[in-house]
Design a binder for this molecule. Structure first.
Ligand code: RIB
Length: 292
């Protein structure tokens, strides 16, 4: 079982052809609310591929919270670890422009995910073959989970996004760290190849359409991505992480897991919304076949 401990957001997406300057008003061409949150997205990505996924997180007692809870249940993510708290459900304001996005997250109830909630769900953690974390819940909770997993010898995949919330000492306690190139440079203050060489088989840097790279102890392995026409890149990194966790916990090597995750991420950007294009296993396998 994969346990995801992380955020559950309602994504409030707005698309515009003109990016407003400070003080300017422009007309957009799309507004919609869709399920998101890095934690929930990664949980859905792994569940669609066939993993058993337990989510530990929090939503508010409001309409968004109810909708997000129902969405996860519908996606066959186990929801017994989700608490409804008195804060508002987390939201993400997503500005879509020129096939790219800018996101502002207001964490709301995601910041209620605390040590007590982790303790209440300890049985799920104990049964996990991997625990997945991102950085949209409090840093103290991340630290607590890292300590718990270290004591229990449970592998941890930490996706350090948003990178500003990352603490450098966490590297010692994670099994896999999965920044994108910008996050990697922000965290370590140098180019990603230099960083990779210090952490063999631990850091996997995602490179957008160019795939992903890691260091195997001898050389940097660059696993190419699948070039596709992107409709919406929101959630591509989350799909990569969920798919990587699925692959690595089903016995694939790091290289094969990265290849699998690249393909899942390429499929995810072909549809609108963070979770909209996340593929089922058959689609990933079909594209892998096509690439041979
Ligand atoms: O990674 C994409 C996600 O980041 C969005 O779904 C949004 O909710 C933010 O958490």
């Amino acid at each position: 079982m994969i346990t995801v401990i992380g955020s559950i957001n309602m994504d409030i997406a707005i698309r515009t052809d003109i990016f407003p300057k400070q003080g300017e008003t422009v007309l957009g061409n799309l507004f919609t609310t869709i399920p998101g949150g890095k934690g929930a997205n990664q949980a859905v990505a792994a569940a669609r591929l066939g993993s058993q996924v337990q989510m530990i997180g929090a939503v508010g007692q409001d309409a968004f919270g109810n909708e997000l809870y129902a969405n996860l249940k519908n996606e066959k993510v186990h929801v017994a670890g989700i608490t409804k708290t008195s804060n508002s459900t987390g939201i993400a304001n997503i500005l879509l422009h020129n096939n790219d996005n800018r996101i502002i997250v207001v964490p709301g109830s995601n910041f209620d995910v605390d040590q007590q909630m982790i303790d209440q769900n300890m049985d799920f953690i104990k049964q996990s073959s991997i625990v997945m974390l991102q950085l949209e819940i409090p840093a103290e909770t991340i630290e607590y989970v890292l300590d718990v997993c270290e004591k229990l010898s449970i592998p941890v995949l930490l996706n350090p996004a948003p990178a500003a919330n990352y603490k450098r000492e966490w590297i010692e306690k994670v099994t896999y760290l999965t920044p994108n190139e910008t996050e990697c440079e922000e965290i370590f203050g140098t180019d990603y190849e230099t960083v990779l060489k210090k952490y063999p088989n631990k850091i996997i840097v995602t490179l957008g359409g160019d795939g992903a790279a890691y260091y195997d102890g001898n050389k940097i392995v660059k696993v190419p991505g699948f070039k596709t026409k992107a409709v919406d890149t929101t959630g591509a990194g989350d799909t990569f992480n969920g798919a990587f966790a699925h692959a690595i916990t089903t016995g694939k090597s790091i290289e094969k897991s990265v290849e699998f995750a690249n393909i899942a991420a390429s499929l995810s950007v072909e549809k609108f919304g963070a979770q909209g294009g996340m593929p089922q296993i058959e689609k990933v396998n079909a594209r892998l076949e096509d690439m041979k």
